[in-house]
Design a protein around this ligand. Structure first.
Ligand code: NAP
Length: 246
């Protein structure tokens, strides 16, 4: 069997109703995994795309307004792969940034991600089973950004936690890695693409000369979920058209 195949695996993807999470769910299913599409609303569109690709999946409502929402999701459920993709962003000047915008972003992007990893790994460790965790980081896991303090703090946390969890779990057969997407065409970045000056400035700085597609991230997620990446631990892989190399 190909070392890139996910045949017989069971995956859960958070925020799978749209954007990068949707593309990851479809790609994992196309590679052979049965995929639970988790979101705070229905993932019907993603499930239809999975069926159309000949794959298998189901839906699960998980709202990370409660960062502990996934604590009972994994016990006895047989998952091998977890993709922590759900994420939000809030923008304001640092001097005006509100506590509510700090807490909302940190809760979904960092706290929920950590406790979902914890619940997933506890189950695998109890069963003595190997597994794969793929966290979705950001260019703002490395750079400062502007007017997005809680997003930057949360995505630096994602990179740090990915390394910490890899240190604790690598010898126990759980690979923990992250993908740092560059500028990808999704709802999240629509405002930037609709601002001609920002759009042009962004495109001029991307060596590849184009926005990324969600599928660019999804293919990397398949690699990090598959046996092909068995010796990759604690990596934060940039998939950014060369942005960070500039
Ligand atoms: P998106 O289209 O806005 O998708 C974000 C996903 O997270 C949606 O499914 C969203 O659900 C879900 N989500 C938000 N709050 C949630 C909650 N409380 N509980 C459960 N799910 C929740 O954005 P995207 O671009 O695909 O982003 C996906 C990930 O990639 C995020 O972690 C983001 O930070 C990261 N990322 C994106 C880019 C980019 O250029 N697009 C770059 C770097 C990193 P709803 O649809 O219900 O809101």
């Amino acid at each position: 069997m190909s070392r890139f195949s996910l045949d017989g695996r069971k995956a859960l993807v958070t925020g799978a109703n749209t954007g990068i999470g949707q593309a990851i769910a479809v790609a994992l299913a196309t590679a052979g995994a049965s995929v639970t599409c988790a979101g705070r609303r229905s993932c019907d569109e993603t499930l239809a795309a999975i069926s159309a690709a000949g794959g298998k999946g189901d839906g699960l409502l998980l709202d990370f307004a409660d960062p502990m929402a996934a604590k009972d999701t994994f016990a006895g459920a047989g998952y091998d792969i977890l993709v922590n993709n759900a994420g939000i962003i809030r923008r304001d000047d640092a001097t005006d940034f509100s506590e509510a915008d700090w807490d909302a972003v940190m809760d979904v992007n960092a706290k929920a991600l950590f406790f979902t990893c914890q619940a997933f790994a506890k189950e695998l460790l109890a069963q003595g089973k190997p597994g794969k965790i793929v966290n979705i980081a950001s260019l703002l896991s490395f750079q400062g950004g502007i007017r997005v303090p809680s997003y930057t703090a949360s995505k630096h946390a994602v990179a740090g936690l990915t390394k910490l969890l890899a240190n604790e779990w690598a010898a126990k057969g759980i690979n923990v890695n992250a993908i740092a997407p560059g500028y990808i065409s999704t709802n999240n970045t629509e405002a930037l693409r609709n601002d001609p000056a920002r759009n042009q400035a962004i495109l001029e700085r991307i060596p590849a000369g184009r926005w990324g597609d969600p599928e660019d991230i999804a293919d990397t997620a398949v690699y990090l979920a598959a046996p092909a990446s068995n010796y990759v631990h604690g990596a934060v892989l940039n998939v950014d058209g060369g942005w960070l190399a500039r």
